[in-house]
Design a protein around this ligand. Structure first.
Ligand code: GRF
Length: 219
């Protein structure tokens, strides 16, 4: 039994919010030693904001003011996260790029999930690109966020076999199902103190994590 208080999460979303919901449900079930302190969306109409409200979570819409005003968005987001006592920022389908200064000031305190086996396929349309490239394996990556887009230290990857003739929709759905397992798992590592950020890199169970942990999925 830990004496540590629950790790306070601030989850940033832009869309459906299925990862946010999965994380919230794990928290609620008491499986993570974490709690969702705030859900922020840059899209006031995001379906995930409604889902968050239905889950009884605190929400805040901060409409995206345009790339030229990104610092204003970040100022408001930082104020809301700080006011909510957020210790770990969780990007979950957040479709904006945070600035270098915002990310650097929070090194080791921002996680992201990306739908590919990074460093393969950073950016958008990852499932289509994996199919076009004839990849036989595909998956998702939980990583720390650094100023390099989708380039921060990788922590945990889900890997699935691409099925012959598989559609983009099928592959996307199967990868997403694994995201809902691996993202809560990494947050649990962090909440338990197993995952730490020291000397500008991740450590897991007392050793530097030089390559990501890989979890194979059959489904
Ligand atoms: C996920 O596929 C995630 O990997 C990517 O955006 C998608 C978000 O889905 N970053 P949801 O909003 O969590 O349903």
């Amino acid at each position: 039994m830990s004496t540590r208080g629950a790790l306070r999460l601030g989850i940033l979303i832009s869309g459906r919010g299925s990862n946010m919901a999965a994380i919230a449900q794990h928290c609620r079930a008491g499986r993570l030693g974490a709690e969702v302190a705030l859900v922020i969306s840059d899209q006031p109409a995001a379906a995930g904001l409604e889902t968050a409200r239905e889950l009884g979570l605190a929400t805040r819409a901060i409409p995206w003011p345009g790339a030229a005003q990104r610092s204003e968005f970040e100022r408001q987001a930082a104020a809301a996260l700080d006011a909510a006592g957020v210790e770990l920022i969780v990007l979950a389908g957040f479709m904006r790029i945070l600035s270098g200064p915002f990310v650097t000031a929070r090194a080791g305190r921002i996680l992201n999930i990306h739908p590919s086996l990074l460093p393969k396929f950073p950016g958008l349309h990852t499932h289509r690109r994996a199919l076009e490239a004839g990849e036989r394996a595909h998956g998702a990556t939980v990583h720390y966020v650094t100023p390099e887009l989708d380039g921060g230290p990788r922590l945990l990857q889900s890997r699935i076999a691409v099925r012959p003739g598989e559609s983009e929709e099928s592959l996307s759905a199967r990868v997403q199902a694994t995201e809902h397992i691996i993202y809560p798992k990494v947050i649990g590592w962090r909440a338990e103190g197993r995952l730490q950020w020291r000397e500008e890199r991740p450590w897991l169970d007392g050793a530097p994590l030089l390559t990501p942990v890989i979890e194979e999925f059959d489904a």
